[in-house]
Design a protein around this ligand. Structure first.
Ligand code: ADP
Ligand code: ASP
Ligand code: MG
Length: 812
């Protein structure tokens, strides 16, 4: 025989009940079917009671909902037959009784625990009557007759011996299908109605399975089985095939709601396997919980993660505790005497403090009694009054494979730290199957995601991207991400989740990921009006794990938020050059913050678009080389201009074209004034290990300063005046077979930029179109400098440089 339990999620609807009937009819052995109340009914019974106690007449509305929910399901599953009439004759008196009880509560405005327990019993009593009528040939039982409880510290605990005996007697002869209400019980002495606690139907089923030594206990619910994490919090959580009793217990104890924690012990004791299955998906095999579990092929270190959110931490502290025997004994004795359960303990080896985790509802009482217990020591100063921290959550990672596997705790705390999550207390038992730690409630979701992601419980790693700027570079980047998203997930196990898109006026945030197909429309339709400030707070408030801010703007204001983002463990990838070329102090500080927070500040696309220039310099430096000279053409725009200029296309016209082709900065004067190249050179020199400011760079410009004053329109008007002199010099150069190149140079601690005329033997002579070229002379590359050359401007290649930086964050 087996015991099968259907939760409220299974019996709460006509569709669910049809499935239940189908599952029961498929069995070819005697079954004991344990049922919960219809979904939501226990909650509604509590709410109705509370409203009635407060004298609020609206309790009647909730009560009406309870009545109609039952009536509706009955109408749907029975049609208009005789059985329905018979059923109504059983159900209606119960509903009337319940109505009377509520009226009583309303009139006397008092709700004793005894009355509440009575009220709650109606949920399972009603559902079990309905189910037993619906399943042909089923016999209904009342579990109050055989599940008996004992009252301790004003709580009801099951009396296992008596209950086991009564179950055996009740089911001495087994019908083919017995239907039993879960959750409810009665006091072993007074016979008053009690219950086994929220979620207790699982426990009822386990007690019956253990007493009758069932072949198997099945828990039918609305998910495919026991999952790696709560599927409502972690999208990528998936079903675990097998769990050991120990693993399942550890996970349930820490809030994996799928099974009520006390359920496992009775069946474990009798070595009865538990199968968790989905009523709505018979295809799925579900999860099996048993003694010996085959080690998974992937040998994942942890099986699952769970958490409880109502955590408070009490710290018992004082120098007078050191070396004193019996302090812990007194702490736990006095808590136990008052029925307070402690679920986490952490004590420093120095013995001067012990932290204990308790539920919020018990913290005040626990504190009072501990202060009383240690009143003398507190008065003499040997100990401090209890310190309480509230609004916390406890997370546990669980898996028997953790045993004897070094580095799990290191990795766990490493990834939490990297994501800016502070661990307030932690505990690992010597059994090594569980590591638990306490964090603030607001970082709970992030903690669960980070761990799920980094312990490869997920099939893929996730990077959560905020993309700021959707002009040519940003737009191109989003297109590239969209094209690569599927492939990266499939082949590299990396999910690029764009959780934020912003431009100068709007911001769209969605932690589930923004579909990229029509992001522009969405940004304006669903996004909010925003500015840099709201962008910054939006990102920080989302507080999402593995997050990366991608700056595809040229805005100084946007670059000013990097510092705060990095300080909050958000990596920054910038196409924007302003931060890396700002004051040396700021540049250094940003790099320093990134290092200490364990995140990245990357800006490869600042110089030479997608060419691997900065990374190469870094590699050289890291491996001990010294860069002695940098010589480069770093402006795609200027190179384009000096390659395009001809008898037919005058100087002013080439500038216009460069702008139209998307090579130049939005304001081409930034290129012509040499500022853009100066910024790039400053960045390279700094990355090469030298301290330099923009003002240190000597300039030899080709457009007089007066052209840069006034508006952009003024500039367009004035610039044709330069065409003749350029054409004159161009002709001369043509004759001598020379070309103009705008060269950035660093040598002997001196940085300069300027127009240079190069002859046909010079390596820069043949530089086509908007290409860039860089010559690096180093201790190792002395006689023949290292040369890097290729497209140095354009939205596509710049976006590709940004893309590469993003990917480098996860090392796929
Ligand atoms: P029932 O009414 O069937 O007893 P519960 O609501 O008590 O259902 O438990 C099932 C729910 O538990 C699932 O719908 C799921 O949202 C939640 N849950 C939380 N953690 C887990 C987990 N680790 N695995 C599966 N489900 C979980
Ligand atoms: N109906 C009870 C509850 O909601 C018991 C159960 O569902 O297991 O807590
Ligand atoms: Mg449940």
């Amino acid at each position: 025989m087996k015991v099968i339990k259907f939760g409220g999620t299974s019996v709460g609807s006509a569709e669910g009940l049809r499935k239940v009937k189908q599952i029961v009819e498929l069995a070819n052995e005697p079954l004991i079917v344990v049922v919960s109340a219809f979904s939501g009914i226990t909650d509604k019974l509590i709410r109705t009671s509370n409203l009635a106690t407060m004298g609020d007449l609206s309790y009647q509305n909730i009560f009406d909902e309870i009545v109609s929910k039952h009536e509706q399901v009955i109408d749907e599953i029975f049609g208009d037959n005789e059985e329905k009439q018979e059923l109504k004759e059983e159900v209606n008196p119960l509903l009337e009784e319940l109505d009377n009880i509520f009226q009583g509560i309303y009139l006397i405005k008092d709700l004793s625990s005894k009355t509440l327990d009575t009220v709650l019993s109606y949920g399972e009593r009603l559902s079990s009557i309905i189910v037993s009528k619906y399943i042909d040939g089923a016999i209904g039982y009342d579990s109050r007759n055989f599940i008996k409880t004992d009252k301790k510290h004003s709580r009801n605990f099951i009396d296992k011996d008596i209950s086991t005996q009564l179950i055996i007697e009740t089911f001495a002869t087994l019908p083919m299908v017995a239907v039993v209400p879960g959750f409810i019980s009665s006091d072993k002495i007074t016979g008053e109605i009690t219950n086994l606690g929220r979620g207790g139907s699982d426990y009822t089923a386990a007690m019956i399975a253990a007493a009758l030594e069932a072949r198997c206990l099945e828990i039918w619910t609305d998910v495919d089985g026991f999952m790696t994490a709560d599927p409502r919090v972690i999208d990528s959580a998936y079903t675990i095939d097998e769990l050991s009793y120990v693993e399942a217990t550890e996970l349930c104890n820490f809030g994996a709601k799928v099974i009520y924690p006390p359920t496992i012990y009775p069946v474990f004791h009798k070595n009865i396997p538990i199968r968790v299955r989905n009523t709505f998906n018979l295809e799925s095999k579900g999860t099996i919980i048993k003694q010996d579990v085959v080690r998974s092929k992937e040998h994942k270190a942890i099986k699952g993660i769970s958490s409880i959110n109502d955590t408070c931490l009490i710290t018992v502290q004082g120098l007078g505790m050191v070396g004193v025997i019996g302090v812990n004994y007194r702490i736990f004795k006095v808590l136990a005497k008052n029925g307070i359960s402690v679920f986490l303990v952490s004590q420093a080896a120095s013995e001067n403090s012990t932290s204990i985790g308790v539920r919020s509802e018990e913290v005040d009482l626990a504190c009072t009694i501990l202060n009383k217990e240690f009143a003398r020591e507190i008065e003499t100063g040997e100990m401090y009054p209890m310190r309480v921290e509230r609004d916390l959550a406890t997370v546990a990672i669980v898996g028997e494979n953790m045993k004897h596997t070094p580095g799990i705790a290191g990795k766990l705390f490493g990834v939490l730290g990297k994501n800016g999550i502070n661990v307030i207390a932690c505990a690992q038992g010597a059994s090594e199957t569980n590591i638990s730690f306490v964090v603030t409630l607001e970082s709970l979701r992030k903690s669960l995601n980070v761990i799920h992601d980094s312990f490869f419980l997920s099939e893929y790693q996730v990077l959560n991207l905020f993309i700021c700027g959707i002009g040519t570079v940003g737009g191109s980047l989003i297109e590239q991400i969209q094209c690569q998203q599927e492939k990266l997930k499939r082949e590299n196990g990396l999910k690029l989740n764009v959780v934020g898109i912003a431009n100068g006026s709007h911001l769209l945030l969605d932690r589930e990921g923004i579909p990229l197909c029509n992001y522009r429309e969405q940004l304006y339709e669903k996004g909010k009006k925003s500015n840099t400030q709201t962008l910054e707070t939006g990102i920080l408030e989302m507080n999402i794990f593995n997050s990366v801010f991608v700056d595809c703007t040229a805005s100084e204001e946007v670059s000013s938020i990097y510092k705060n983002l990095l300080s909050h463990n958000v990596s920054v990838v910038a196409a924007n050059k302003i931060a890396a070329s700002s004051s040396y102090e700021n540049y250094k500080e940003l790099k320093q913050i990134a290092r200490t927070r364990g995140v990245k500040f990357l800006f490869e696309a600042n110089v030479g678009a997608g060419l691997p220039i900065i990374n190469t310099i870094n590699d050289l430096i890291i491996s001990g080389d010294k860069i002695t000279k940098i010589e480069a053409v770093l402006s795609g725009t200027l190179n384009y201009i000096f390659n395009e200029i001809s008898e037919e296309v005058p100087f002013s016209q080439t500038i216009k074209q460069a702008q139209e082709q998307g090579y130049s900065e939005p304001d081409p004067r930034v290129d012509l004034s040499g500022i853009d190249v100066i910024r790039k050179l400053v960045i390279l020199v700094r990355e090469a290990g030298y301290e330099v400011e923009q003002s240190d760079v000597k300039k030899n410009l080709f457009v007089p300063d007066s052209y840069f004053k006034g508006t952009l329109d003024d500039f367009w008007e004035k610039v044709p005046a330069l065409d003749d002199s350029f054409e004159k010099r161009r002709k001369e150069l043509e004759k001598e077979n020379e070309k103009w190149r705008f060269v950035a140079k660093f040598e002997n601690d001196e940085a300069s930029v300027g127009l240079q005329e190069v002859d046909s033997k010079h390596p820069f002579y043949a530089l086509e179109g908007s290409n860039n070229v860089l010559l690096l002379t180093t201790d190792r590359y002395k006689e023949y400098p290292m040369m890097i050359q290729g497209y140095g401007a354009g939205a596509g290649v710049t976006a590709a440089g940004v893309f590469a930086d993003i990917i480098s964050i996860v090392n796929v």
